[in-house]
Ligand binder design. Structure first.
Ligand SMILES: [Mg+2]
Length: 232
């Protein structure tokens, strides 16, 4: 008799892994920072890759000579999230590599469940996932995001590891995704779809690695390997 497929959880990073907002999110974050604080913040492309929203805003506050006030950071991120939603509905994010096909195929595989494990704050994450058409693949309680109480990526991934009662595969594009997965004893699939090149990611020894233009077959092969490894 064929064994029943092992139930697994895929814990997806957002930016550089699922989608690219083409600079719109960073632009809005700077505008919100400047609007709320009256100072001039800047974000260069890739500067904060792998950072959480709270880490970025706290750093911007510090660079502007202001205190790293977490409530102020929340205020800026709320301002940002509300405006980002409208901006992305007008100009939706681009889905990366073969993400669209993978979600369509996995919809037919009920033993695989999707979760978000992101450094995005609540409104930012929701705006990006909704505008990119991926919302239907994630239930309301499948978001592990950056909050005042969970500023670092390690804390976010730890919360997911504690709350999801399935074997988890972390999927991300940055060095920080790999470090956080390893710190929490989780397997990690790195993909070179963001600001980090494949050689750089490879040097950090992720359990699985896909290139910049990965396709659905390559992705599903990784899932099969992961499922085999956790069965042993
Ligand atoms: Mg990322």
């Amino acid at each position: 008799m064929t064994p029943k497929p092992q139930r697994i959880a895929l814990l997806w990073d957002i930016d550089g892994t699922l989608l690219d907002t083409k600079g719109i999110a960073a632009k809005q974050l700077v505008e919100s920072f400047n609007g709320v604080t009256g100072r001039c913040g800047t974000i260069y492309p890739g500067q904060y890759s792998g950072f959480t929203d709270f880490e970025i805003v706290l750093d911007l506050l510090q660079r502007a000579g202001l205190s790293r006030d977490i409530a102020r950071a929340e205020e800026i991120l709320t301002h940002y999230g509300i405006r980002l939603k409208d901006r992305l509905l007008e100009n939706p994010p681009r889905l990366l590599a073969d993400v669209q096909t993978v979600f369509q195929k996995i919809e037919l595989l009920p033993y695989i469940q999707h979760f978000i494990g992101t450094g995005n704050s609540k409104l930012g994450a929701e705006a990006k996932i909704t505008a990119s058409g991926l919302k239907k693949y994630f239930t309301g309680n499948s978001y592990f995001i950056s909050t005042q109480a969970r500023v670092s990526r390690d804390q976010i991934i730890r919360a997911a590891a504690e709350e999801i009662s399935l074997p988890i595969l972390v999927i991300g594009d940055s060095d920080r995704d790999i470090f956080s997965a390893k710190k929490n004893c989780l397997k990690v699939l790195a993909m070179a779809t963001g600001h980090h090149k494949v050689d750089k990611l490879k040097s950090l020894n992720p359990d699985f690695l896909l290139g910049e233009n990965w396709n659905a077959k390559e992705f599903l092969d990784v899932i099969s390997l992961f499922s085999l490894e956790i069965r042993d």
